[in-house]
Design a protein around this ligand. Sequence first.
Ligand code: ZN
Length: 138
Amino acid sequence: MAYNEHAACPCGSKKSYKNCCKIFHEGKYPQTAVELMKSRFSAFVVGNIDYIISTTHEDNIEYSENKSKWREDLQNVISSNDFYSLEILDFIDGKEESYVTFKVGIKQRGLDVSFTEKSKFLKIDGKWLYRSGEFLDD
Ligand SMILES: [Zn+2]
């Protein structure tokens, strides 16, 4: 099911999806790692698997050369989880290396499986990519 582009953007910006993360999903590079983080979260909500794959660094633990298997795994994650909120807690900006700490609200069949993560992003050839993440205690 397509996400209503006039609805509030899933990333919590209070803009419409059309005027927020959809711009990145359609090809514009995020200027900052926070924008990338938010647009990746939105991609999980709207089900844009290509975007999640294309913004994952090849050294990330989730990265796979087997794209069809990876797509299938992501589809399973998307269909079995309800990504309901995103809260940015901290942002360490850098030219080519940035860190974003965030809390993501997720429900899995009614069960709350929300977590807090500190993610590392690298800028490669002008494009921010998700490199790795570590879980933090709330
Ligand atoms: Zn957004």
